[in-house]
Design a protein around this ligand. Structure first.
Ligand code: HEM
Length: 401
């Protein structure tokens, strides 16, 4: 791939005269020979003990796509697909065109592309691998308030694509969907976004469409118990193929933004338990100050209200339950009632969903004050195996071979 920007704009220059034409051309094409910025040049390695796209900082663009195996496809076809997918993903994440490329991303660098693969419960029956289905991959229980669309839930296979450039992300989507042809068909697709790299002065926690800083209290990879909470380690027997893997819970959560935005900011802050501008807990300090759930205000009431989202969701309120939240926002136009079809493509990572998402969501659905402003519209859970460790390996090999 070419590592320099394109100096185009000749068409505009031909129609307009002199300095104006030059200015227009510059505006559309940028200065000639612009080197790739860090956004374009950054590559996230595909190979490793864990798949990329879990601890990778959230990219600007994301596609979550579930596939179902076609009726005649079984274990050998699924193995061949995972081999094709891994090969294509490795090339694209390194910034090389995959075999038979359609050239959608030809001029771009890797742009932090990651591709993460997972298996849903239904995958195991269709491939004759029921006895290898991990115990942790439980059926998701229903929660009060769920309003799930089954056609946009579940799936045999899952692909999470993230990149800091929209064309690079769509390129990966198209390449992987074509590589699945004859073996698996798209069941649902959701498109999301975060902030573009370079849009803020220094890296900051992203904001969601409610305007809140979202991700502050996430566990940090440097925490001593991070790996134990987020990744499967030391799995044995039929589940050894999940060693180094994790479980992804995916929920499409629509935000009732018209209701939310009518609420004064101080009340919005009490719903979460943090300040909206700085993300600091209402118990005081800055964004990174640990929330003090016991602190009281001058009137003697709790500084972080009893039903505030961060109190109800906190590990301290849920026997230590922990997950890594790594979501994308979405805005898919407007509904028939005029309300935005917008919210969060919530993705939570953990070593055991029963001890992570399920425990916390039971509590939240039972009455945190944020739930009034949300609708959970789809739901899925996937076993995401460890990464392919070297060029001969592919994701899921120790399950499928
Ligand atoms: C914290 C928003 C759904 C679990 C937070 C925070 C915000 C937020 C603004 C505080 C900043 C931070 O630590 O990230 C939202 C929104 C949601 C949503 C807008 C839906 C659209 C969920 C769900 C779960 C969850 C479904 C899990 C079942 C948590 C946890 C924390 C948190 C564990 C950290 C609590 C702590 O220890 O302080 N969320 N959240 N959230 N959220 Fe959510």
């Amino acid at each position: 791939r070419r590592l320099l920007g394109v100096a185009g704009g000749a068409g505009a220059a031909g129609l307009l005269g002199g300095g104006v034409a030059d200015a227009v051309a510059r505006r559309w094409a940028g200065p000639a020979e612009t080197p790739l910025t860090a956004t374009g040049a950054t590559a996230v390695p595909f190979h490793g003990r864990h798949q990329a796209g879990i601890t990778t900082p959230p990219q600007a663009w994301g596609h979550l796509v579930a596939f179902d195996l076609v009726p005649d496809a079984g274990r050998p076809e699924a193995a061949a697909l995972m081999r094709r997918w891994s090969r294509a993903a490795e090339a694209m994440t390194a910034g090389r065109p995959p075999e038979g490329d359609n050239q959608i991303a030809l001029d771009a660098g890797p742009c932090s592309l990651t591709v993460t693969f997972g298996f849903g419960r239904t995958f195991f029956g269709k491939t004759g691998l029921e006895d290898r289905m991990p115990e942790a991959l439980v059926e998701m229980p229903p929660f009060p308030g769920d309003d799930l669309d089954r056609s946009r839930s579940d799936g045999d296979l899952w692909v999470q694509i993230g990149a800091d450039d929209p064309l690079v992300a769509v390129h990966a989507l198209r390449v992987l969907q074509r590589a699945a042809s004859g073996t698996a068909a798209v069941r649902w697709q959701m498109n999301g976004f975060n902030r573009a790299r370079g849009a803020t002065e220094r890296p900051r926690t992203v904001r969601n469409l409610m305007g809140q800083i979202d991700g502050t209290a996430n566990p940090d990879p440097s925490d001593p118990d991070f790996d134990a909470k987020i990744f499967v380690g030391g799995a044995t027997g039929g589940e050894a193929w999940m060693d180094g893997g994790s479980y992804a819970v995916v929920r499409r959560i629509r935000m009732l933004l018209d209701h939310w935005e009518r609420l004064p900011v101080d009340r919005q802050e009490r719903v979460i338990g943090r300040r909206k501008d700085t993300g600091a807990p209402l118990s005081g300090g800055t964004e990174t100050t640990p929330a003090d759930l016991t602190a009281t205000g001058p009137d003697g009431t709790l500084a972080i209200p009893g039903d505030a989202h961060i109190r109800v969701a906190a590990p301290a309120s849920n026997g230590g339950a922990t997950m890594l939240r790594r979501s994308f926002s979405y805005h898919d136009g407007h509904r028939d009632d005029g309300a935005p079809d917008a919210g969060l493509l919530f993705v939570a990572w953990q070593a055991d969903p029963t001890e992570g998402f399920i425990k916390v969501q039971r509590k939240l659905a039972g009455g945190d004050s944020l739930s009034r402003f949300l609708k959970h519209e789809s739901s899925a859970m996937f076993a995401v195996p460890g990464g392919a460790e070297d060029p001969d390996d592919y994701v899921g090999r120790s399950l499928l071979e």
